[in-house]
Design a protein around this ligand. Structure first.
Ligand code: ADP
Ligand code: MG
Length: 690
């Protein structure tokens, strides 16, 4: 399937010299699994350092190379605390070399007391002491070579060092083949872009905007092409036209009237469903705008037409909650709603699962709710005609493409998202999808009183939570996000849970991603039913959870979260008639951008404004906080490049598809390579299969 020319790039990282089981883990954590991934792991930035004779010559924040002699090793009392090596420079100044976690083992080896070493890194102030945290280099000699050298700085995970990763990158680059040009040649000339292979080498070697732009452009071009191929394929396929007679919907007894925006969206969906061309529609509505009811109406239309509908949720918690909501709402209609999750057999019992599977085959199940398990091979439907995907942004592109490619008759697809997406990003994410907008909130919502509170006031915060619970209300407590590690998130949540439990007893429950599904369910259930009053959680509750009686949200280390994510979290409260509040706890040291972001959270509750500002504040940073949750659309292109280059890539893709012969001819061949290179090859396949 994959063109042979790409084989060297898709070899596993273990084929690199020096990579064994020990390095495999930290590499996997960075999602560096193949040679290609390593080659595409571009430097975050470059450093050049100044050699200084002693620290009096250096400024705070400066990158320096300095000769130091270790005088004392100091392990911290707690295992989580830092490991410090105190060292002296030539002038007798003392400076600390600070290590966290396992890095302390390296320090013990590299910095024997009494011996001189060349140390390279960033000089910082810590209290009244100067320090270098995790020096980039510690060498016995060759200090001079470290000065004036420009070095790439890569994103690392625990167990990796810069020199180590640099060596792997060098090997990966050696194995990169020459590939034919897939970009329109006129474009390459106009932009003065290097060839693909050269661009890759240059991008690792130093600041080289043209090289980086080219690689980003490649990625966006692949993305646009894939979306177009899928779209074209979708247009060419037949779905089942679904016309409802309204008999089920008439029996719905909603406790509220639909908003105008909900009615409009439902009408748009109804129009699409009646067509033989499969629907591909995005339902966009801010947190709390009421997307679930819209989904229900759509699924009831399918049921009225004698077909089945499935709702795909990103997490088990959310699937369960949707199941309960939908089942309750749909009860008066008589439509049968069931659930299927990955671990169904152990939790709902084999018999129940069996019955659900049977019901899907014989058509008696009208609406199925579940996680991705609902698309496993063993799950057969009698007549699946509509798929609703909740919190669409949580699913990777490949899943989206796969979905669109499944089944003889293509199902209608309704994708729902609460992430307000600026227009350029929407193009990146969905191409030219049809969009329905819920731009009107259900009436009666009260603004959420949002406050930023310093971490030093923890006691006050806990007292506030106590008052809140005493008053009979419920609250969420979201724990800090630890960079790069789910285990870290869990540890933080468990520690906080233990502390809060001492104070509040069994009114507190804990939910995180590594709990057994049964335990997760039980905790959620206790909270949703009001038995538990305080839910301590990692960001697993970020999306979708709906407990209207919860009216206080506490978020620890709020500065670590992206704006969009904070917005999602805050959206868990303010859902009922009661006044709600959100406390953003911040650390004592904040960057200016972090400060601005928290300020913005206080000022506005408008998801679109937050998304636009997030984009502006982060510039070339992450994509709406999604990178933290491990789901990125692009690995190379950053926001700034997307905004600048995506429209051209999109046009280039369209031109190629409409007038350039698509995937035929020499450029078509090159473009196929491109699609495989970025694993957008589902596009190639749908075209061949169709
Ligand atoms: P989201 O768009 O975030 O998925 P939900 O569908 O969970 O939002 O709805 C949020 C809350 O608003 C739910 O408790 C739901 O019952 C309620 N709701 C939905 N539509 C309306 C409406 N038209 N009027 C009043 N409340 C509504
Ligand atoms: Mg929702």
């Amino acid at each position: 399937m994959r063109p042979e020319a790409l084989n060297p790039l898709f070899a596993e990282v273990e084929t690199l010299e020096g990579v064994g089981p020990k390095l495999k883990k930290p590499l996997t954590r960075l999602r560096l699994e193949r040679i290609r991934d390593v080659a595409f792991h571009l430097p975050e930035r470059f450093v050049s350092r100044r050699p200084v004779a002693n620290i009096d010559e250096a400024g705070e924040g400066e990158q320096i190379v300095i000769a130091l002699t270790a005088v004392e090793h100091r392990a911290s009392r707690s295992s989580r605390g830092p490991y410090r090596v105190l060292a002296r420079d030539d002038a007798g100044n003392v400076i600390a070399l600070t290590y966290f976690g396992r890095a302390s083992y390296t320090a013990r080896k590299q910095l024997p007391v009494g011996e001189k070493r060349w140390v390279a890194g960033r000089l910082e102030r810590y209290g009244d002491m100067l320090q270098i945290v995790h020096p980039d280099h510690v060498l016995e000699d060759g200090g001079a070579s470290l000065g004036h050298l420009t070095e790439p700085v890569y994103r690392l995970s625990e167990g990796l060092t810069q020199p180590l990763l640099a060596k792997l990158v060098a090997q990966a680059l050696e194995r990169t083949p020459d590939l034919p040009e897939w970009i329109d040649p006129a474009e390459v000339v106009r932009e003065r872009w290097p060839d693909w292979r050269d661009a890759l080498h240059l991008a690792h070697r130093g600041e080289h905007p043209a090289a980086r732009d080219r690689l980003a452009y490649d990625e966006m071009l692949a993305n646009s092409l894939a979306l177009m191929l899928v779209r074209a394929d979708n247009r060419a396929r037949r779905g089942t036209p679904l016309t409802g007679d309204g008999r089920l919907r008439a029996k719905l007894a909603l406790p509220f009237p639909l908003t105008g925006a909900q009615q409009r969206s439902i009408a748009e969906i109804e129009g699409d469903l009646a067509q033989a061309t499969p629907m591909l529609r995005l339902l966009q509505g801010d947190v709390g705008a009421g997307k679930t009811v819209v989904a229900l109406e759509a699924m009831l239309i399918a049921a009225e037409a004698g077909a089945q509908a499935a709702l795909l949720a990103p997490t088990e918690i959310l699937a369960r909650q949707h199941f309960e909501t939908l089942r309750r709402m749909a009860a008066p209609t008589g439509a049968r709603v069931e659930i299927l999750t990955g671990r169904g057999s152990s939790r709902s019992g084999g018999k129940v699962r069996e019955a659900t599977l049977m019901g899907l085959v014989d058509g008696s199940v009208d609406i199925l709710v579940g996680t991705h398990a609902i698309f496993q091979e063993q799950v057969a439907y009698r007549n699946l005609a509509l798929v609703v995907i909740d919190e669409q942004h949580r699913f990777g592109v490949s899943q989206r493409l796969m979905l669109a490619g499944k089944g003889k008759r293509a199902p209608h697809v309704l994708a729902m998202t609460a992430t307000p997406i600026p227009r350029t990003l929407q193009l990146a994410d969905y191409g030219e999808l049809d969009v329905s907008k819920l731009d009107e909130m259900p009436p009666g919502r009260q603004p959420i009183d949002t406050r930023v509170v310093g971490i030093e006031r923890m006691e006050d915060v806990i007292a506030g939570v106590a008052r809140h619970l005493e008053g009979g209300q419920q609250a969420y407590w979201v724990c800090p996000m630890v960079r790069e590690s789910e285990e870290g998130d869990t540890a933080a949540a468990e520690a906080r849970f233990a502390a809060l439990r001492e104070r509040f007893g069994d009114r507190v429950v804990l939910v995180h991603g590594q709990l057994a599904p049964e335990a997760k369910d039980a905790a959620m259930e206790r909270f949703a039913s009001g038995h538990a009053k305080l839910l301590v959680a990692t960001t697993v509750i970020e999306v979708g959870v709906d407990v209207p009686a919860a009216t206080l949200m506490v978020i620890e280390q709020a500065e670590r979260f992206g704006l969009a994510q904070l917005h999602q979290l805050r959206g868990r409260v303010g859902r009922g008639a009661e006044k709600s509040a959100c406390l953003l706890l911040r650390s004592d040291v904040l960057s200016e951008v972090a400060r601005d972001r928290l300020k913005l959270m206080r000022e506005t509750q408008d998801g679109f404004r937050l998304a636009e500002e997030d984009l502006r504040l982060r510039g070339g940073g992450e994509l709406l906080g999604t990178r933290q949750s491990g789901e990125t659309l692009f690995r190379i292109a950053n926001l700034e490049q997307i905004a600048r280059l995506l429209p051209t890539a999109h046009d280039d893709a369209r031109l190629l598809m409409e007038h350039g012969g698509g995937l035929e001819g020499p450029r078509g061949e090159a473009v196929r390579l491109l699609l495989y290179l970025f694993e957008r090859d589902a596009g190639v396949r749908t075209l061949r299969g169709g």
